[in-house]
Design a protein around this ligand. Structure first.
Ligand SMILES: NC(=O)C1=CN([C@@H]2O[C@H](COP(=O)(O)OP(=O)(O)OC[C@H]3O[C@@H](n4cnc5c(N)ncnc54)[C@H](OP(=O)(O)O)[C@@H]3O)[C@@H](O)[C@H]2O)C=CC1
Ligand SMILES: O=C(O)[C@@H]1CCC=N1
Length: 264
């Protein structure tokens, strides 16, 4: 039995992924703190929705998906019900395995995960790190749960905050870029729907080329950039506006915020 504790956006994305991967509803328990949310989850997935203590008692694998600020309270609630036979997987940004272990006590195996919302289309990037009491078997179990919904990479826990900034938040940067490019299309007089189609297909095509060609992004960009042409005119403006430097600063700020989250 697997339980997802705190079934909001990320918890539900993981829940839907587990269902698509073939887990049956009776093998999954979810928790929610609002009755209307619990009803919606029962209706959508047919899973049992209960409280955190009950879920922790009945499931051997617990996926903790509350916000970092709610994590201490949740851990206090479930601590009496977990044991070294449990596997606790935390997906919260900034929350270290040490934070979880200290509040659960005992030798509870903990795996820290940073995934992202493309879980919803089985294209997640999930990075995982073992806590002090998590073995190879626990990491493998976390990988088996996450690999049906995307790519999984093991990383040292010291890199988790950086990964949170890069791939955890990453989809948001691309959506932001799409918004900005669609606005540019509007500025040029393009109908919104057509602009969105053009930008979306361009980003999908570029992403697939990047993933499947094995080429370096610089090579792929150079292939689009004709001497004296349109692309270099745009890139010159991006450089003038220091867009590359803005990305470096932005992702560093996200990494720093991830580091702060455990302290509330
Ligand atoms: N969104 C994303 O792209 C990503 C998020 N994450 C991480 O996932 C976690 C969840 O984020 P996200 O899904 O965006 O946030 P949400 O607010 O959508 O989800 C959190 C859910 O937890 C519920 N909750 C809070 N406290 C309790 C409790 N004590 N018992 C049961 N349920 C509770 C909330 O209930 P209520 O609805 O009543 O508020 C809410 O539904 C965070 O730690 C975040 O860092 C990781 C990777 C990507
Ligand atoms: O913004 C956040 O804090 C979460 C973690 C990574 C993506 N969303």
């Amino acid at each position: 039995m697997i339980a997802i504790l705190g079934t909001g956006k990320m918890g539900e994305a993981l829940l839907s992924g587990l269902v698509r991967a073939g887990l049956r509803p009776h093998e999954i328990t979810a928790t929610a703190r609002r009755p209307e949310r619990a009803d919606a989850l029962r209706e959508r997935y047919g899973v049992r929705v209960t409280d955190n203590a009950e879920a922790a008692k009945s499931a051997r694998t617990l996926i903790l998906a509350v916000k970092p600020q709610d994590m201490a309270g949740l851990l206090t609630e479930i601590a009496p019900h977990v044991s070294p036979d449990s596997l606790v997987i935390s997906v919260a940004a900034g929350i270290t395995t040490g934070f979880v272990e200290a509040r659960l006590g005992g030798d509870v195996p903990v795996v820290r995960v940073m995934s992202n919302t493309p879980v919803l289309v089985d294209e997640a990037m999930s990075v995982i790190s073992a806590g002090e009491h998590a073995s190879e078997a626990h990491l493998k179990k976390a990988e088996d749960l996450l690999s049906p919904v995307g790519k999984v990479l093991r990383i040292p826990e010291s890199q988790q905050d950086a990964a949170t900034a890069l791939s955890g938040s990453g989809p948001a940067y691309f959506f932001y870029l799409v918004e900005a490019m669609v606005d540019a299309g509007i500025l040029l007089g393009m109908p919104r729907a057509a602009a969105l189609d053009m930008v979306t297909q361009s980003i999908v095509g570029a992403a697939i080329m990047l993933r499947d060609s094995g080429e370096h992004p610089v090579i792929l960009r150079e292939a689009v950039t004709s001497p004296g042409g349109t692309t270099i005119a745009a890139i010159a403006e991006l450089e003038r506006h220091k867009v590359r430097a803005a990305f470096l600063d932005a992702i560093e700020a996200a990494r720093d915020r991830s580091r702060q989250l455990a302290s509330g």
